[in-house]
Design a protein. Structure first.
Length: 227
């Protein structure tokens, strides 16, 4: 494991020489679960795949595509996704390559609002070989219409949702099932290799294992495409 200082962020790389680097936007709490996630990837791919923790301090500001009213509590969403994407692509990945060498493939994998951020990046950048949006916040106001106007690279995209996530009385969250199905249909229509997996449980059940499954699916699809 290696830590790389990058301004106010500090990246953590589990396997420096890995061919597949799974970029994981995460907060401090989620960071604590990534050891188990890496162990799962090790069991599947040996040292060929590595998680790279990309720390996010202000979840609702740094990962939101645009401003929106509060959904939980009273704090509204910001509009920092574009700047976070720029920092990731123009600063973080070059610094990572400078420290650890070039990678065979970068995969962007995010959970919840970070999953929505992964889909946002899929609309705007071609540096990633695949995306895993795990329980993504596709309920976000205006997202479905926005996604319909996006041009995405033809790369593997993994989607998943807990089978109890849409079973809620929350007026916004109850639309997440409808939104994830629309996202999947859109990606298929645009020619992406894509899957939608339903996991047992609600939004908070085993996010690390769900992300490991998503990253593994993308890695296998990239491998198959190259053979």
């Amino acid at each position: 494991m290696r830590e790389i200082g990058l301004g106010e962020r500090r990246l953590t790389v589990w396997r420096e020489e890995a061919h597949f680097r799974v970029i994981r936007p995460c907060d401090a709490q989620e960071r604590e679960t990534l050891d188990r996630e890496q162990q799962t990837l090790d069991s599947l791919f040996g040292g060929e795949a590595s998680i790279v923790a990309f720390p996010v301090r202000d979840w609702g500001e740094e990962l939101s595509p645009w401003k929106a009213e509060a959904v939980f509590g009273d704090r509204p969403f910001g509009s920092g996704a574009e700047e976070t994407m720029r920092s990731l692509v123009e600063e973080t990945l070059p610094a990572l390559e400078n420290a650890c060498g070039s990678s065979g493939a970068y995969i962007l994998c995010g959970y919840s609002l970070a999953g929505l951020f992964a889909l946002y990046c899929a609309c705007h950048t071609h540096v990633f070989s695949g995306f895993a949006a795990v329980s993504p916040s596709v309920w976000f106001p205006g997202w479905t219409d926005y996604a319909a106007g996006c041009l995405r690279p033809e790369v593997p995209v993994y989607l998943s949702l807990g089978d109890r996530e849409e079973k809620t009385r929350h007026p916004v969250m109850s639309h997440v099932g409808e939104a994830i199905r629309a996202q999947y249909a859109l990606l298929k229509a645009q020619g992406n290799t894509c899957t939608l997996e339903w996991n047992p449980g609600n939004h908070f059940r085993e996010p690390d294992m769900r992300c490991a499954k998503g990253a593994a699916w993308v890695i296998r699809e990239i491998r198959e495409k190259r053979t």
